[in-house]
Each structure stands twice: as structure tokens, then as C-alpha cells.
Design a protein around this ligand. Structure first.
Ligand code: C2E
Ligand code: CA
Ligand code: CA
Ligand code: CA
Length: 277
């Protein structure tokens, strides 16, 4: 048993060092990818009764050696180093330039950009980046929505409040992402100029066959209404989910049922076919 214990410890420690090694390797490769502009954005439409009213920008990384690395994997690594700052600034600038082009076809559409809680620890830098980006692209604040998770309120509530209020004065919108899965306090929702609640995919997934989930979503819709916020359902994949949501009075959707996230060129083709309908 002793021997076994020893060898399992060895195994464990080597696994751990593998993990650290892998993480360090990923961080090095990610730093290089950022520097060489090897990341790219894809865009997923947000739909209401009238069609596409906004798009969410999602980051993609394809390494020649490792293949596609998912955002859920590399964003946390970026967040642990200072890389997240550089990445977010790049995403904001690219997204604003894309939406400026898109607005030539669809004048009132806006872009939703994911902001990490870490970015809100440096509010002046973030604010500067956003305001310069809007100015460079010749866009009003209403062309941009920032998606944050509830966890942003865990750190630094005071600065985050101030940042949101400052940016709100420019017409920039705010969305709470993955609503219902994080640390929530309705007090934060009450006191901030928030525009959108995005109901997490985990509630939408089986909404058409699970009475409890249906009830929870119903409740979220009531809360959103009381707070004068729009509600958007994430991860809508099938007609039955959409129908369920419509019956509850939720009319804003995002998900594979409408479109996967697409490169700009493909997104424009999608939009043209949507406009023709
Ligand atoms: P998120 O912000 O909640 O983004 C939604 C995720 O769900 C995206 O995954 C999207 O591709 C996926 N999705 C959309 N519709 C459906 C659907 O109908 N079914 C299913 N199963 N999935 C759907 P993605 O692009 O892999 O991103 C994962 C997470 O990584 C994002 O979750 C977000 O938290 C983070 N992320 C992505 N891009 C950025 C970025 O530019 N900055 C930051 N800070 N985080 C980002
Ligand atoms: Ca998001
Ligand atoms: Ca989400
Ligand atoms: Ca998420």
C-alpha cells in the first residue's frame, strides 16, 4: 500500500507539472499569437421580431501546431496574466471597426463585446480605449454594448459602478452575461444603468421539457421587466425553445437556431439573406 501511495504521488506530481508546463506553453503561444495578430473575431447575431438588432463579437484562436483552442480555455489564461488587457483592447477596436462597416447596411445595429472582470480593475485604461475606439471609428456610444458577468461585482464594486455610470453617459449599453449562474445581487442590478439580461444557456437548453426551468425563466423575465431591462435568451438551438420563450414574452434571442458565430464575410452573406426574407 505504501508503495502504491508513493507511485500515485509521483503520478500526481508529474501530472501537476504537466499541467503547469502546458499552461506556460499556452501562455507563451498566446502572447505570440497576440503579437502576430493571429487571433480573429467571429460574430453571432442577436435577433428580435425585426431581425438582427445586434451582434456579439467572439474571439477565436487557431494555433498552427495545437489547432483551435477554445475561448473558455485561453481567456482564463489571459486573465491570469496582463495579456487580457491587450486582448480586450484589440477586440474592442476590431469590433468597432466591423460595426462601422456593418452600419452602412444596417444603420442602428450595435456590437456586444465581452469584457473580463479583470478589465474593470483598470477602469481608466478601459474607458480610454473605448472612447478612442469610438472616436477613431466615428461612432456614437450607442454602437457598443459591454457584456460582463455578475462576477464583475465581486471585486471592486465602487470603481465598477463609477466606470459603468461614466460610460453610460456616452450611450454605451451594458449587459449581464450568463445571468443566473454567477454571484448575483439584485442591489447591483438596481443601481446600475444596465440594458440587457442575458439568460444563461443552461436555463434555455431544456426549457421546452422542464417545468422548473420554465418557471425560473418566467421569474427572470419578471425581474428584468421590473428593472426596465431587456431580456435575451442565449443558446437557442431549436424551434421548440424559441416558441416557449415567445409564449413567455421573451422576444430577443441568440443561438445556433438562428446562426453560428460567423466570420465577417460570411456574416454579411447571412445578413443579406435575412434582409431578403
Ligand atoms: P459567452 O460570452 O457566454 O458566449 C457564448 C458562447 O456560447 C460562445 O462560445 C458561443 O459560440 C456559444 N454559443 C452560441 N450559441 C450557442 C448555441 O446555440 N448552443 C451552444 N451550445 N453554444 C452556443 P465561445 O465563442 O466558445 O466563447 C466561450 C466564452 O469565452 C464566452 O462565453 C466568453 O465568456 C468568453 N469569450 C469569448 N470571446 C471573448 C472575448 O473577446 N473577450 C472575453 N473577455 N471573453 C470572451
Ligand atoms: Ca457573452
Ligand atoms: Ca453568455
Ligand atoms: Ca459563458
Amino acid at each position: 500500500a505504501k508503495k502504491q501511495g508513493k507511485s500515485s504521488f509521483k503520478l500526481y506530481s508529474s501530472r501537476l507539472s504537466d499541467k503547469i508546463h502546458c499552461r506556460q506553453k499556452l501562455e507563451t503561444l498566446l502572447r505570440l499569437a497576440v503579437k502576430n495578430e493571429e487571433l480573429h473575431l467571429v460574430f453571432q447575431p442577436q435577433i428580435n421580431e425585426d431581425g438582427v438588432f445586434a451582434i456579439e463579437a467572439l474571439l477565436r484562436w487557431e494555433d498552427p501546431e495545437l489547432g483551435v483552442i477554445s475561448a473558455d480555455e485561453f481567456i482564463p489564461i489571459a486573465e491570469e496574466s496582463l495579456l487580457i488587457e491587450e486582448i480586450t483592447h484589440w477586440v474592442i477596436n476590431q469590433s468597432l471597426q466591423m460595426i462601422a462597416r456593418l452600419r452602412l447596411i444596417c444603420p442602428s445595429v450595435y456590437v456586444a463585446v465581452n469584457i473580463s472582470a479583470k478589465n474593470c480593475l483598470y477602469p481608466e485604461k478601459l474607458k480610454h480605449c473605448i472612447l478612442t475606439g469610438l472616436n477613431d471609428a466615428n461612432l456614437p456610444g450607442s454602437a457598443l454594448e459591454l457584456e460582463v458577468t455578475e462576477n464583475v461585482f465581486l471585486q471592486n464594486v465602487h470603481n465598477t459602478n463609477k466606470l459603468f455610470k461614466d460610460l453610460g453617459h456616452y450611450g454605451i449599453r451594458f449587459a449581464i452575461d450568463d445571468f443566473g449562474t454567477g454571484y448575483s445581487s439584485l442591489t447591483y442590478l438596481l443601481n446600475l444603468p444596465l440594458n440587457t439580461l442575458k439568460i444563461d444557456r443552461s436555463f434555455i437548453q431544456d426549457i421546452h421539457c422542464n417545468k422548473i426551468k420554465l418557471g425560473v425563466v418566467k421569474g427572470i423575465l419578471v425581474i428584468a421587466k421590473s428593472l426596465s431591462m431587456n431580456c435575451l435568451a442565449e443558446g437557442v438551438e431549436i424551434e421548440a425553445q424559441k416558441q416557449c420563450l415567445e409564449e413567455l414574452g421573451c422576444n430577443r434571442f441568440q443561438g445556433y437556431y438562428f446562426s453560428k458565430p460567423l466570420r465577417e464575410k460570411d456574416f454579411l452573406l447571412y445578413l443579406k439573406s435575412d434582409l431578403l426574407q
